[in-house]
Design a protein around this ligand. Structure first.
Ligand code: NAG
Ligand code: NAG
Length: 472
């Protein structure tokens, strides 16, 4: 039965893909990050969006110029309160009221604000104090909206990284990390009571990076592949996006929150990267985004949520040229600063759906077998310290970076944090989201080991049924 379901699902995807005439799709959104110095004027961006089938935009903050420019376009707007706002918002109801008064009231309803996210990936901050303040901050913001008679019209939530999951493969076994379940339970009760979504950031791109085999690439790019069987449900998954989304569904269901809707707050694929990076390319980015959009438009849904497309915010509208880290970090943009398309993913209202590559795209030969999880360049000492503290509090052996240990020298924060972050990654299943650390870490094929200090690495290859390879 499962395979029958899949055969027909695929038939629908590919036949619609050919016949589809682009129009508006309420479930397609885009992330508008602004860590850049070359972005178009807000008015130009508003016009651009209106020429596409994108119906929602997520801002990381609450830039008034952009919120205003999106006025009277009907485009749904997600705005964000920063992690730095959380303590004041949690302890002081008037801070929350002021936040609504300055960031919402002047623009609403001509600017169609639909959701406010409080904080970004707070569970990964390593800051327990901040985590416990998150729910009270959301409650105060909700109360402020209610007082302004906007409760229910504008929802409140917070954005999670996939690292809140302890296990995601196979999808039916998806569960949250037990160290977060107390906090998540409170947040989910809030989502459930207020009807707000559970936003999370799955990236099949990172899954491919951690397992750079051609069949994994095809699975991640919605291209023909042999599929992966979930032995818990006997469902054969044919793409990584559905698998990741259903793992979240299973985790939510296992805590009793069948009624809380998942929102994909970020997903994307870089069209360019450094030579050492596996996966970024124009063809791969076009295949992922183009096929994802076709998949969403088919409304097939996922095996655990059939017949309905989850709200999905593509990452990202433009490149963010000032972001630190490898070149891929600055190469997720769907559009260039001159408003032309980076590649045609079928988002334009006036153009027919483009043909996406029909044959699996072969991975570049530079693919590496082993990978280490290391901090990105330009990460602050505060964040490195938080990552170090967090990693060593998870039960890994941090004695090699203590005085006298083999990896104590060089005695720098960056070196000690790298060691601990990598060790936690290697010990926690080597899922891509185990190498996230609030987006301050990245997988590298360059071995950082030196002078008797060995950074553990694994070249184990796993599928959902077995693992093989060597572990050092
Ligand atoms: C998983 O790996 C094992 C051993 O390499 C192989 O026999 C099996 O067919 C694989 N299963 C899938 C679903 O790829
Ligand atoms: C979710 O909300 C519904 C309706 O308010 C309530 O009946 C149910 O108990 C809630 N579920 C959980 C797990 O809190």
């Amino acid at each position: 039965m499962a395979s029958l379901h899949y055969t027909s699902a695929f038939f629908i995807i590919f036949s619609l893909h050919v016949a589809y005439v682009a129009k508006s799709d309420p479930f397609i959104g885009v992330n508008y990050g602004q860590i850049a110095d070359n972005l178009p004027a807000p008015e130009s961006t508003a016009k651009l969006l209106q020429s596409t089938s994108i119906e929602k935009v997520r801002l990381y903050g609450s830039d008034p110029a952009i919120i205003k420019a999106l006025g009277n376009t009907g485009i749904g707007i997600v705005i964000g309160a920063s992690n730095g706002d959380i303590p004041a918002m949690a302890s002081d109801p008037s801070f929350a009221s002021n936040w609504i008064n300055s960031n919402v009231i002047p623009f609403y309803p001509s600017s169609n604000i639909i959701l406010i996210t409080v904080g970004n990936e707070v569970m990964l901050s390593g800051d327990r104090n901040l985590m416990t303040q998150l729910l009270p901050a959301m409650q105060n913001l909700q109360n402020a909206l209610n007082k302004a008679s906007l409760g229910g019209k504008i929802k409140v939530s917070t954005v999670h990284s996939m690292a809140v999951l302890k296990q995601s493969e196979p999808p039916s076994s998806g569960i949250f990390d037990p160290s977060f379940t107390d906090l998540l339970k409170g947040l989910l009760e809030f989502n459930n009571a207020t009807g707000s979504p559970f936003p999370i950031n799955p990236y099949p791109y990172f899954a491919y990076q951690s397992d750079p085999r051609p069949e994994t690439l095809a699975f991640c790019l919605f291209q023909p592949n042999s599929g992966r069987l979930d032995s818990g449900t006997n469902i054969k998954y044919t793409n990584m996006f559905d698998a990741q989304v259903d793992a979240v569904r299973s985790a939510l269901n296992s805590m009793g929150f069948q009624g809380v809707e998942i929102m994909i707050s970020e997903t994307g694929w870089p069209y360019k990267g450094d030579n050492s990076e596996v996966g970024p390319s124009m063809d791969n980015a076009k295949a992922y985004i183009g096929n994802l959009i076709a998949h969403l438009r088919s409304k097939v849904g996922t095996p655990l949520m059939p017949g309905k497309s989850v709200d999905t915010y593509l990452f990202a509208l433009y490149d963010e040229d000032l972001k630190p880290g490898p070149a891929s970090e600055r190469s997720f943009g769907l559009f260039k600063p001159d408003l032309t398309m980076t590649y045609d993913a079928g988002l334009s209202k006036s153009s027919p759906t483009p043909s996406t590559p029909k044959t699996p795209v072969t991975p570049s030969p530079k693919s590496s077998k082993a990978s280490w999880c290391l901090p990105k360049a330009g990460i602050s000492d505060t964040q490195l310290q938080a990552n170090l503290d967090y990693a060593c509090a998870q039960g890994i052996d941090c004695s090699p970076i203590q005085p006298g240990g083999a990896c104590f020298e060089p005695n720098t924060l960056a070196s000690h944090a790298s060691y601990a972050m990598n060790l936690l990654y290697q010990n926690s299943g080597r899922n891509p989201w185990n190498c996230d650390f609030s987006q301050t870490a990245t997988l590298s094929s360059n071995n950082p080991s030196s002078d008797g200090c060995n950074y553990p690495v694994s070249t184990v290859r796993c599928n959902w049924s077995s693992c093989k390879g060597t572990e050092r």
